[in-house]
Design a protein around this ligand. Structure first.
Ligand code: KG4
Ligand code: ZN
Length: 363
């Protein structure tokens, strides 16, 4: 079964065709990063407008790359949320229209569940990986979410913990902004941290070690304080973009000598330590056979290495560590088309409790 997936939850316009939940036939992602960089973060109104112009060419490209026309598509899948409302609406309406015009079923996919199912995908032209064995302990880390989940089977999730304030990706983005490293922050901090000492600065690990939740908002303030001695107070008037009136972002300025690499490496470690610690403990306590990493922050190489190592040394030799290929970590539509196959197999039921967004009435 070939599913056309569409993803427009944030600032990536994406379409993909996936066969049987695992075989990626095409995956096209049009990023809006350049458009939002001026503002130091995603501007929802601009993101929605960007999706409107990109979506049809992106869907066409995904079909062409898959070597299929509409007759080869069996279902249309789309991210229904959580995400930016104006952005989601573009994808949802295109998917509804295609479903109606092509007379194919429409599958609503939860964005977080699609990140999880990125772990079932194989790269185009490669054999798909073997399916992870249940129970699966899943650490989901993205720009908007940081969650620990126990997956007992397809569509069966138990939430074990989550962030009490900022998400891990959000913390990376704010830290990069604060150090003047640009947007998106995760990759920028990772690059800056490459030559740094992760133990150079003592940054807080907010919650007690026994907790299953996360907290990252205090970390940002701690970083701000550490960088303050080098900061040059800003005398510039804020810039205003005459089109739409959005405020342009002016990166902070620092005197020579700001230890960027050590600050970035210490910050990255303060994000990763609780992630690894709580994941391994929850895996042990729940008897999980697989530990799975998902969401945009799973592209972080230090986190991938640390968690892989912790699974190998801290859990039994029977345990497996899984992480998606880099191209399916950050937002893409292959994961949407892949997850949709499992959603269809269970009769289209939601499976995932969306506590922030009600389900959109798609049918
Ligand atoms: O899943 P995603 O693409 O979008 C959401 O659903 O939020 O995640 C985006 C987040 C951003 O906060 C970005 O900074 C972070 O993932 N990210 C990273 C890396 N690549 C992306 N964080 C740390 N290291 C990376 N290499
Ligand atoms: Zn995402």
């Amino acid at each position: 079964m070939n599913i056309l997936g569409i993803e427009t939850s944030c600032d990536e316009t994406a379409a993909a065709v996936v066969t049987g939940g695992q075989r990626v036939r095409s995956s096209v992602v049009s990023s809006q990063i350049a458009r939002h960089q001026t503002y130091g973060g995603v501007v929802p109104e601009l993101a929605a407008r960007g999706h409107i112009t990109a979506i049809i060419p992106v869907v066409r490209a995904a079909l062409a790359e898959a070597g299929l026309d509409r007759s080869g598509i069996d279902a249309i899948a789309v991210t229904e949320g959580p995400g930016l409302a104006g952005s989601l609406l573009v994808g949802v309406n295109v998917a509804k229209t295609l479903s109606y015009a092509w007379d194919r079923p429409l599958v609503a996919v939860n964005h977080l569940e699609s990140h999880v199912y990125a772990n079932w995908l194989g790269l185009p032209g490669e054999a798909p990986p073997h399916a992870p064995r249940f129970p699966v302990l899943c650490l989901l880390v993205s720009g908007g979410h940081t969650e620990l989940l126990l997956m007992m089977g397809h569509g069966q999730y138990r939430h074990l913990g989550r962030t009490l304030d900022d998400a891990a990706g959000e913390a990376f983005d704010k830290a990069a902004r604060l150090l003047g490293l640009g947007y998106p922050g995760g990759p920028a901090i990772q690059v800056a941290a490459a030559g740094g000492d992760p133990a150079a600065f003592d940054l807080p690990r907010a919650l007690p070690a026994g907790s299953t939740d996360f907290s990252y908002s205090g970390l940002k303030t701690a970083l701000l304080r550490l960088a303050a001695p080098w900061r040059i107070e800003d005398q510039r008037a804020p810039l205003v973009n005459p089109v739409g009136g959005f405020r342009e972002h002016q990166p902070p300025r620092f005197r020579d000598g700001l230890p960027v690499a050590d600050l970035a490496a210490s910050f990255q470690e303060a994000i990763i330590d609780p992630l690894v610690d709580r994941t391994i403990r929850a895996a042990r306590e729940s008897g999980a056979r697989t530990v799975l990493l998902a969401g945009g922050v799973s592209a972080n190489t230090r986190l991938r290495e640390r968690l892989a190592q912790a699974v190998a040394s801290g859990l039994g030799s029977d345990s497996e560590f899984r992480v998606p290929p880099f191209e399916y970590c950050t937002d893409n539509a292959a994961m949407v088309a892949g997850a949709a196959w499992y959603v269809l197999r269970r009769g289209g039921q939601a499976g995932w409790e969306t506590d922030v967004h009600p389900r959109l009435p798609l049918a």
